[in-house]
Design a protein around this ligand. Sequence first.
Ligand SMILES: Cc1cc2nc3c(=O)[nH]c(=O)nc-3n(C[C@H](O)[C@H](O)[C@H](O)COP(=O)(O)OP(=O)(O)OC[C@H]3O[C@@H](n4cnc5c(N)ncnc54)[C@H](O)[C@@H]3O)c2cc1C
Ligand code: FES
Length: 274
Amino acid sequence: MSNLPTANNTMRTTQIVNIRTESPTVKTYTFIDSLCSKARPGQFLMLWIPGIDEIPLSIMNTTNDLVSVSVKAIGDATRHLHTLETGTTIGIRGPFGNSFTENQGRVLLIGGGTGTAPLLFLAKQLITNAKHLAFVEGAKTKNELLFISELDGVCQEKNIITTTEDGTAGLQCLVTQPLANLLDKEHFDMIYTCGPEIMVKKIFEITEQHKLPLEASLERLMRCGIGLCGSCMIGKYRVCRDGPVFTAAQLREVKDELGISKIGFDGSRIPVYT
Ligand SMILES: Cc1cc2nc3c(=O)[nH]c(=O)nc-3n(C[C@H](O)[C@H](O)[C@H](O)COP(=O)(O)OP(=O)(O)OC[C@H]3O[C@@H](n4cnc5c(N)ncnc54)[C@H](O)[C@@H]3O)c2cc1C
Ligand code: FES
């Protein structure tokens, strides 16, 4: 049973107060919600689009009572969200799930796609106390590299490595490729990652080889967001309640499913990638 405060799970309606286009497929939405404005990096919310669907999204920033999420248009709900304008009413539940620990040593963050959003939020929290912040961000192509100028402000340009699959910016490779090299040359006290599960799996394998601590944020299909329906299971864990942030020790326990299989909306086990 979930022991969440009832208030977090009560739907609040609010209006979109700002929309920023980040890339051809990603927009950032800002709205007022006092509960989610107290969220820690890694936590997520459920955003209800009236008449369409309710979807889980990572919290990417909070300022006073304002909360922002960055959304990639990939299916019915997210494409519909991309057509909305400021002033539109949406519903919010949350914040839900655990958060990243906030390591004060030498830290490496590795983001893929919209997975960069919660890591940017984390980097902003770490900047005051961490000894060193480095960031590796990967995308398919240059105009899908997200938040580059904000990351420059937080981590400094010299500590950021970008990769693109088509070579239009940064190194032409997958985001995981420069990692082994970097870990051979430099010591890190903690690695944080969020992005496509196949990327998380590869990073987990590399950090295991280097015997380094890792915290990874995972995505699974979610309905209730509070540990009741079981649609987000990975191994013995419910990603919405026990995660979405998992340690290397927990990832070892679920490695037979990580990047391989998940539960689909009809309850059957399906491949993570089809
Ligand atoms: C904890 C968490 C945090 C997330 N954070 C972000 C974020 O910050 N930005 C962002 O753009 N996306 C995020 N996602 C993914 C986002 O929830 C899905 O892209 C969205 O639900 C897709 O809805 P759709 O109707 O547009 O697509 P659909 O047409 O329903 O599906 C397209 C694909 O999206 C995936 N998907 C569909 N519904 C869900 C769901 N309820 N939960 C997880 N995956 C789903 C499926 O793999 C499906 O193949 C997050 C997911 C989780 C679980
Ligand atoms: S979404 Fe229902 S148990 Fe996690």
